[in-house]
Write a protein of this length. Structure first.
Length: 76
């Protein structure tokens, strides 16, 4: 197992993952992941620095970002 899957996620990487997840959510709002993403967007009031992954120490990410980051790290 790649230990880096559990390290803090660099902000730029988390931001890119968030953007990709949001784009996927916009294509299909009928998934649980999309509703999670939509709720995060609504709760920020438009301030992208308040997104879920910014609220946790080390930018560990929201559940969606954590899962996506871990899967990319485990593949490498």
């Amino acid at each position: 197992m790649n230990q880096s899957a559990f390290d803090p996620i660099p902000w730029k990487v988390a931001d890119e993952l968030c953007l990709a997840i949001r784009k996927e959510a916009e294509e299909n709002w009928n998934t649980a992941a999309a509703r999670w993403c939509w709720n995060c967007q609504q709760s920020t009031g438009g301030d992208m620095n308040k997104r879920g992954f910014m609220r946790l120490p080390g930018n560990r990410g929201c559940t969606l970002i954590n899962a996506r980051y871990a899967s990319t790290q485990l593949e490498s």
